[in-house]
Design a binder for this molecule. Sequence first.
Ligand code: CS2
Length: 514
Amino acid sequence: MTTENPHKTSQQTIELKQASLAKLPAAIEVPNYDRSKLSAGIVHIGVGGFHRAHQAMYIDQLLQQPGNEQWAICGVGLLEANRELAQILKQQDYLYTLIVRHPNGTVENRVIGAMIDFLFAPDSQQAVIDKLASETTKVVSLTITEGGYHFNPATGEFDGSHPDIQHDALNPAQPKTTFGYLAAGLKARRDAGLKPFTVQSCDNIQHNGAVTRKMLLAFIELFDTDLARWVAEHVSFPNGMVDRITPVTTDNDINYLAHEFAIDDRWPITCEAFSQWVIEDDFCNGRPDWDRAGGQFVTDVTPYEKMKIRLLNAGHSVLGLLGAIHGFATIDEAVCDLLFARYLRTFMDDEVTPLLDALPGIDLTAYKDTLIERFSNPNIKDSLARICLQSSAKLPKFLIATVQENLSRVADSQLDYKAECQIELATLVLASWCLYSDKRVDQHGNALEISDDMAQELHHHAANTQADPLAFLAIEDLFGDLKHNATFSHVYRQCIARLYAPNLAIKTLMEDQL
Ligand code: CS2
């Protein structure tokens, strides 16, 4: 561990590679296990920053304990956008630096050695299927984001309309999507008389295992009912709650390693110190001892995931949307504003906490205190752009579900609902999302980037708000029937009227909602 500028060096830059590990300064921890002895029992699809800060770090911890050599990771990238990552990882022997930044300025730097191969699927389709079909592959884990699961957020049913899903259903031997590859790999195993692998979702979705199972089966049903039956019977899909705040890598991270330690790592990952992984122990073909690396096995992950998604992720969205309209750039900047902090805390206390089950061993007040501390970490520059990215895939589960659950406690059109539930603070966030999608500028007129698969639809509906204040809510796939709920639409209309009034000052509206 180190605090500031500890090992400034004038030496020549060292390229991060297996052969150069021994030359790295002592302040950088390196794998103390023999990577040449490892084999990849895990194939991971979707090697983003989160996977490398979370699951790969857990495996790295495990590999430091003898007897776990079979649990290294082979990464798989399905998207054209992964081409550069594939090249960089290969060049660096799949090594990268994890920069863990504590709130007090302490930094821990560790080279993670858990990944030993990476397959870029667009160039190596058969190699990916062969890897999935290989007997040594025991677990296939996923971080493919909410959108990768193809479910309709309002109904929870499989949505097979994506052109790539349709392609894969028609051409199961030449897949493009995660589901297509999983089906091809599982089919090859069944045909070869092998046991299947476990499919372990590490995405931020409630009941991520059950959702993966339901969507994958619905997809396979489209073209091979026998295979679907076999998968339903033999494959396990454990649910899990994952947590670690991991901002997008920037040049600052690369420059930090170059300037402080003369290390040339082209894709390091920065993350916070906190990390949590709660897993249901349901693996059909063996598993790593995640609990020996800091993970926790439980029989039912439901209350943990609800707590995390409705407090942490929703809290991020509250700060993200309101903060973006205010003109803030990062989460820490937003939460260090006293009004934003109070708004967030009141939202968590009044609108979410009453819906959460008590959890043995978890003190919700302490959990919320810790969240505010984590969000305030000045060394984690988590951009609001990352938080607002793909809001259409996030908000239905993070925030809209909370509003719906609160509303279900009162009869529709009950305008004196406040004794039963609170919805004001979340509603302002949803109305702000409408403004954000409509105007695409902050309150000072600066452009806001909208990166969302539904960007056009969001904009199209939001742009009708002047004519019909409830226009945005017509997107039923996101809002369900909220538009027809008299209690909700009353509060929402008030928010819209104020958000669309001249000289918007979001903080005044926030203050008034409190
Ligand atoms: C964030 C999450 O994407 C988001 O909106 O809330 O990525 C969050 O940082 C992680 O879930 C933390 O575990």
